[in-house]
Design a binder for this molecule. Structure first.
Ligand SMILES: Cc1cc2nc3c(=O)[nH]c(=O)nc-3n(C[C@H](O)[C@H](O)[C@H](O)COP(=O)(O)OP(=O)(O)OC[C@H]3O[C@@H](n4cnc5c(N)ncnc54)[C@H](O)[C@@H]3O)c2cc1C
Length: 478
């Protein structure tokens, strides 16, 4: 019996890695050989051809100044010191140069690479340009907070959270019908409250049976009437009630406008609480179809177990799965905190383990997509992951492109989005907009992420160089 269990576990461990090894070979050939123009997503030339190497067509819509800026910013992010200490460097720069000059410089570089503009009118051209390329826009305001920037007095901060909530509502109202609107819970809820809730909910993240009072039915009741969450003080309960009211309004407006509400995943010391809030919202609104999307980060060791526990809960309480699946954006911070506070690092030991988990989670949720009204967004820049997701869709005979969307971030890996758009897949760019001063934490994360996977950004830089060279030698587009 135990032998059988060991074998099953071995197969479960090896299988996803084998899929990676096999598809790595495909991508390796693509990257290495400049002569390979067309590559099939599915390994069958006639089914899905992708000209991965064709930077000229992909970047042709960009101005030369934009190409030069992208080259500069991606190179800058490849330096360890920039990626690891970006937040520190930014506050240092602000002190040395003064706020105005610093923000001007940031605007010309990192900000315009990763943030579309200051406000909605300023980003209309970007939205239009993406639409012409077959790419949808998932708008978001880059407002977020961490524990370090929080205060104990919730009531004095409600005004700021209300302001952020209004910006999120504006964003939803401007989102195209049938599209996605993305938000972070820490824009409308104190991280301190989330952290308190997290301590109580964390132990049940991979479980279906949660103690009475902490369950999603009780929390969901708070969308319609006053509740008392048992582990919270009065002031915390009052803040929670406001947070629930904000989330409820977002979901209602989204449904009225035929827009999906996508809620981001954040740090592990907040995420059990965020997950519980999202599940409660899904419990109320995802009865017939998934209007509310959660986010699962596959760099966490426990993600597959958390996904399976949530799927079981959905079966038990009859509501539908909707989520974007990402690798995770807080790796350096998570590792550092775990080391400082002497607890087990929640992040996979290696990039390969994260990749294997990503593949396995995608496969699990695609099966759910095939069998129920569930929907998923494969949110990644990784070509291998995109290839594998398309292969799995084919294997599971998922033909509806509306149920599986792909997502990339603005300013990153345009070649992946553009090619998916050209091939008729449902693909969205996550497009943040807002004042430069409010986007610093977002920009710091983008810097760190681009350092984490050098191979990917090197490929992007080489495609940009190709397009620049083509323009300098006045060669026509091929
Ligand atoms: C549309 C969209 C929405 C997103 N929303 C969120 C969100 O809500 N929350 C969030 O946290 N992130 C979010 N992200 C960011 C995402 O988590 C990744 O940081 C980013 O997409 C880069 O990963 P990748 O899948 O593109 O692949 P790659 O570039 O191939 O992988 C890079 C990622 O792999 C992981 N990694 C790298 N090195 C190691 C290592 N040594 N050990 C273990 N793991 C490693 C890290 O997660 C790193 O970011 C989003 C991304 C997209 C495209």
């Amino acid at each position: 019996m135990s032998l059988l269990r060991i074998r099953t576990r071995h197969v479960r461990f090896i299988q996803p890695r084998m899929r990676y090894i096999q598809s790595s070979a495909l991508v390796f050939r693509v990257i290495q050989s400049p002569s390979v123009e067309n590559v099939s997503f599915c390994g069958e030339k006639e089914s899905f051809q992708l000209p991965f190497n064709n930077g000229t067509r992909i970047f042709a819509s960009k101005r030369t100044s934009e190409i030069l800026r992208s080259l500069f910013v991606l190179k800058l992010c490849s330096y360890d010191v920039v990626a690891k200490h970006s937040m520190l460097l930014m506050s240092f720069g602000q002190r040395i140069l003064g706020k105005t000059l610093f923000e001007h410089l940031l605007c010309k570089t990192m900000y315009s690479q990763f943030v579309a503009g200051e406000n909605l009118p300023a980003i209309q051209d970007t939205i239009e340009m993406l639409r012409k390329c077959g790419i949808g826009t998932m708008l978001c305001v880059p407002n977020e907070e961490d524990l370090s920037s929080d205060y104990n007095d919730f009531s004095s901060r409600e005004e700021m959270f209300d302001r952020n909530a209004k910006a999120i509502l504006d964003c939803i109202e401007k989102t195209e019908e049938g599209g996605f609107s993305q938000m972070k819970v820490t824009a409308i809820c104190s991280p301190l409250l989330l952290n308190v809730l997290n301590k109580h909910l964390g132990p049940y993240e991979t479980s279906v049976d949660i103690p009475a009072g902490l369950d999603i039915q009780n929390l969901a009741g708070g969308f319609d009437h006053k509740i008392k969450f048992p582990v919270l003080k009065d002031s915390q309960n009052a803040h929670l009630q406001n947070v629930l009211a904000r989330l409820d309004t977002f979901a209602k407006v989204c449904i009225n406008r035929n827009v999906r509400l996508v809620i981001d995943a954040e740090q592990t010391y907040l995420q059990a609480a965020i997950n519980q809030l999202v599940l409660a919202l899904q419990y109320k609104y995802n009865k017939s179809q998934p209007w509310v999307y959660n986010t699962y980060q596959c760099y966490r060791k426990d993600t597959l177990n958390r996904v399976n526990a949530n799927l079981k809960l959905m079966d038990k309480l009859s509501f539908h799965f909707g989520a974007k699946i990402v690798r995770g954006a807080y790796m350096t911070q998570e590792r550092q905190r775990a080391a400082e506070m002497s607890y087990e690092d929640p992040i996979h030991d290696s990039y390969e383990d994260t990749n294997a988990m990503y593949d396995e989670v995608i496969y699990t949720v695609l099966q759910r997509v095939r069998d129920t009204p569930a929907e998923v967004m494969v949110a990644t820049h990784n070509e291998q992951s995109v290839i594998l997701a398309v292969e799995r869709m084919k294997e599971l005979d998922i033909t509806s492109k509306d149920k599986v969307a792909f997502g990339q971030l603005y300013g990153m890996c345009d070649q992946v989005s553009y090619l998916l758009g050209q091939k008729g897949f449902s693909v969205y760019k996550s497009v943040p907009y807002g004042p430069v001063g409010e986007a610093l934490a977002y920009l710091a994360r983008r810097a760190s992420e681009n350092r984490d996977v050098i191979q990917r950004t090197e490929k992007e830089r080489s495609l940009l160089w190709l397009e620049l060279r083509r323009r300098m030698t006045l060669k026509p587009l091929t």
